[in-house]
Design a protein around this ligand. Structure first.
Ligand code: CA
Length: 217
């Protein structure tokens, strides 16, 4: 969903060239209806849209239990905390002006993560009070189901796959997001904070100051 024709054309061209079927809406209300009707593999959402803001479209999808991966287009870097935050549950974002190739890479990375784990990585695993089932993509914290976005889930799964191993932010970006460290590491911190908030007292993610993060082990 994008109302600026030049950007919309670019997004459509590059995603289309990469083999994606692209449905474009220029208005948030129409976009939300289309997302519900067409059940796309992912939504690319501009934040400032006529009708209904992109953030509101995402919020309404999540409220109705729709966890389709959402990638935001934002003009403001300081919106990042809110976008990937607990409130909205987006999966990723790119900051305008962005390179269309970068956007395609982000869409591919989100889809790669949501399609499932590689062979042999599908066994449920438990660290302390947290049990994570990669095949069902469910998480229990002290016996209570926890609803995570696909990015949050993959981050937790990555850490829990090797309890005790400390991962740097760059390693997590490469391993979970699937792109290089120059993309910026702040998104890792924001996502870790969200996973912790959702796990509450059962959180098993430990900060290693100046290094990165690890699941208890
Ligand atoms: Ca706009």
């Amino acid at each position: 969903m994008e109302d600026e024709p030049a950007i919309a054309d670019l997004v459509r061209l590059y995603l289309g060239r990469d083999g994606f079927g692209v449905h474009l809406e220029r208005d948030g209300t129409a976009g939300l209806a289309a997302a519900r009707r067409l059940r796309p593999v992912a939504c690319v959402l501009d934040i400032t849209l006529p009708g209904l803001a992109g953030t509101e479209v995402c919020r309404r999808l999540r409220e109705s239990g729709d966890w389709t991966p959402v990638i935001f287009l934002t003009a403001r870097d300081d919106e990042v905390d809110r976008i990937v935050g607990l409130e909205l549950g987006a999966d990723d974002y790119v900051t305008k002006p962005f390179s269309p190739r970068e956007l395609v890479a982000r869409v591919r990375a989100v889809l790669r993560r949501t399609v499932g784990a590689p062979d042999g990585a599908d066994r449920p695993r438990t660290v302390g009070p947290v049990t994570l089932d990669p095949a069902r993509r469910t998480v229990l914290a002290a016996g209570t189901p926890v609803q995570l976005t696909s990015t949050e889930f993959d981050l937790l799964a990555h850490l829990m796959a090797r309890p005790g191993r400390v991962f740097t932010r760059e390693e997590l970006l490469a391993g979970v997001w699937g792109y290089a460290a120059h993309a910026g590491t702040r998104t890792v911190d924001v996502h870790v904070a969200q996973v912790r908030a959702k796990l509450g007292p059962a959180s098993v993610i430990r900060t290693h100051r100046g290094v990165g993060y690890a699941a208890d082990g």
